[in-house]
Design a protein around this ligand. Structure first.
Ligand SMILES: Cc1cc2nc3c(=O)[nH]c(=O)nc-3n(C[C@H](O)[C@H](O)[C@H](O)COP(=O)(O)OP(=O)(O)OC[C@H]3O[C@@H](n4cnc5c(N)ncnc54)[C@H](O)[C@@H]3O)c2cc1C
Length: 588
């Protein structure tokens, strides 16, 4: 049988692979996706979609479908520490601390100003079917679940892959110009000798996914509730809402705990443990699934091997703290999609794809290191805040909690001290600058010699900037009576955008010439007084960092590629050189 020829083969239909498929479809890139399982994830897994991910979903028309099922910010924007869920004892069901998290509470206003959309919460169990539906609608017949990559080889011009139909065993040969390995690191990377470096196998965690009515005891509004048990540390655990209803009426739950001596598949023992952890011996519950996973912090030594590009968990796996895993994978896909589209339409040289590793790997390293750091910090910080530690023998544990809740002046001091310690946790759950303030220092960008904006060490304060490599700052604009974000000026169809000041007409004219020369769409717009786009609330003027005759070139993924703070004698030449360098065009 003849090989099926496709420009791109995606291996893996998890969050990263399905997102890649949607983004490639929107860029008009033909592709095939193969996923070995018959269905999307049966366990909840990641559930926090940060502001950047939601912006990307908005750009690709996915935000509406996600919002239909997701928890809105007011239903999840806190994290909470409690002694237990329920119980009648003086130390039971006591609130230890609560803080704004992941865009909630006082963070909400800050995030609403920083982007056109807010973060959301939707477990992968519910997100992946949405992504699959959109992927299938945009690429009918080419999203193959129940198909696995069995073998592959790179012959220099193409990758020849053998895809096995899991139902029939039939093998089909696929010839692809590029392969995207979004396989969680299970197949392609190991076969190519990609080394995962870092800290493997930190701790084994079990997640019980179950249904139960906890409405009488559950304190709604928190994305994560940590139970710190006053009597038995082994009963400390983490409880999360998994929907489909959000808040008190939530039907499904995820409970993370360290399995200890529990048999891996002993479901009755797990059900007993859930009841024990929640302090509810008679709780009626239905256990849906158990998942066993290992917390690790590892990064691939390479993101590209020949014609294979690796993304998502295939290149970075970090502790779940700060929620950088799935978000990072979706953002890898977004970075890759427009570059592949440019290369496959001969608008860019293949070397543009090398910038994927140059841009995303340093960020992957930061995410892995940040995830490890916040993971370790979380336990140490919690114990320090409450007054626990190895110096406290088990029999004194309850008295430490009693002292914490004591109404005496000393108890008040203990809680005040704890509040300051808990506040250091903002580096985990208020890391807004890490989520949207990151920059590509090298890659498909042209540095202009300016220095990065100030950075709060805990990365909780985002400073918008148009410095090349950074994400274009969001500002609301008005054009022809319609409100739009600066982010809406780039398109999904491989389009660049040129944002000029109100006196930037020469840049806009240059953009038209350059677009024609390089056959690449550049949507040029002037923003400001008397221009076609109005700066409705003055935010754009506050963040643009160019003069009225300057211009900013923005990539399809909304990162700033280049800027000129002011006008130029020869804008077409200057802009043409910039585009040429970004695409590494051979015709310069
Ligand atoms: C408990 C938990 C909580 C988490 N919380 C968060 C969070 O809040 N936010 C966040 O961003 N991240 C979180 N994560 C991490 C997140 O779940 C992962 O980062 C994410 O699933 C990675 O997506 P992926 O598509 O790269 O890989 P995967 O989800 O692993 O998907 C890879 C797919 O490839 C398929 N595959 C493998 N080999 C082949 C082959 N040979 N042929 C065909 N298909 C193949 C697999 O079957 C799989 O479906 C959490 C993880 C866990 C375990």
């Amino acid at each position: 049988m003849e090989a099926i020829e496709v420009p791109v083969l995606i291996v893996g239909g998890g969050g990263c692979g399905l997102s890649t498929s949607i983004f490639l479809s929107d860029h008009g890139v033909a592709h095939l996706l193969v996923e070995r399982h018959a269905d999307t994830s049966h366990v909840p897994k990641a559930h926090y979609l940060n502001q950047r991910t939601m912006e990307i979903f908005r750009q690709h028309g996915l935000d509406g479908s996600v919002a239909e099922q997701a928890a809105p910010l007011e239903k999840f924007g806190k994290v909470r520490w409690q002694t237990s869920l329920t119980g009648d004892g003086p130390l039971d069901a006591r609130l230890i601390y609560e803080m704004d998290a992941f865009g909630g509470g006082a963070q909400r206003e800050i995030q609403a100003a920083a982007g056109p959309i807010l973060p959301a919460k939707l477990p992968q169990l519910r997100l992946e079917p949405i992504l699959r539906r959109h992927a299938e609608q945009r690429n009918p017949g080419r999203i193959l679940f129940g198909h696995e990559l069995a073998a592959f080889s790179d012959d220099g011009d193409r990758v020849i892959a053998e895809v096995r139909d899991a139902g029939t065993g039939v093998i089909t040969t696929v010839a692809a110009r590029y392969v995207i390995a979004a396989d969680g690191g299970r197949t392609v990377g190991p076969a190519l000798g990609v080394e995962m470096q870092g800290v493997p196998g930190l701790v084994d965690v079990t997640t019980a996914y179950f249904s139960a009515d906890l409405s009488a005891w559950w304190h709604e509004g928190s994305i994560i509730t940590w139970f710190v048990n006053p009597y038995r540390p082994d009963l400390s655990s983490t409880l999360l809402e998994m929907g489909p209803t959000w808040g008190k009426g939530c039907e499904e739950w995820g409970l993370h705990f360290i399995p200890g001596d529990l048999g891996r598949s002993d479901e009755q023992a797990v059900v007993s443990r859930i009841r024990e952890v929640l302090g509810m011996p008679g709780l009626e519950l239905t256990l849906h699934r158990l998942s066993h996973w290992t917390v690790e912090g590892v990064l691939a030594d390479r993101y590209r091997v020949g014609r294979v590009l690796l993304a998502g968990d295939a290149v970075h796996r970090q502790p779940p703290t700060t929620g950088l895993g799935l978000n990072g994978g979706i953002q890898d896909a977004h970075n890759l999609a427009w570059k592949l589209a440019a290369v496959l339409t001969d608008r860019a040289h293949d070397s543009l794809l090398d910038t994927y590793e140059a841009e995303r790997r340093p960020l992957g390293k930061l995410h892995v290191d940040w995830g490890l750091s916040t993971w370790f910090h979380h336990k140490v910080m919690t114990e320090a805040a409450i007054g626990l530690g190895p110096h406290i023998p088990p029999q004194r544990r309850a008295s430490v909690f009693s002292a914490f809740f004591d109404l005496s002046p000393v108890g008040t001091a203990v809680r005040a001290r704890a509040a300051e310690i808990f506040d250091t946790h903002r580096g985990e759950c208020q890391a807004h600058d890490l989520e949207i303030g990151f920059a590509y220092e090298e890659g498909a960008v042209i540095p202009d010699g300016s220095r990065p904006p100030p950075r709060a060490p805990l990365r909780n304060v985002y400073h918008p900037t148009t410095r090349p490599g950074h994400l274009l700052p969001h500002a609301w604009l008005e054009r022809g009576g319609h409100r739009l974000s600066t982010h809406d000026l780039t398109g999904t169809a491989t389009g660049f955008a040129l944002l000029a000041g109100p006196a930037g007409t020469p840049w806009c004219e240059a953009a038209a010439q350059v677009a024609e020369k390089f056959s690449i769409p550049i949507a040029a717009t002037r923003i400001g007084s008397g221009a076609e786009c109005a700066d409705v609330d003055g935010r754009w003027a506050a963040v643009r960092q160019i003069t009225d005759d300057g211009a900013i070139l923005v990539r399809p993924d909304n990162h700033v590629a280049w800027r000129s703070v002011s006008g130029s004698e020869n804008p077409a030449n200057v802009l043409g050189n910039a585009i040429s360098r970004i695409l590494d065009h051979n015709t310069t």
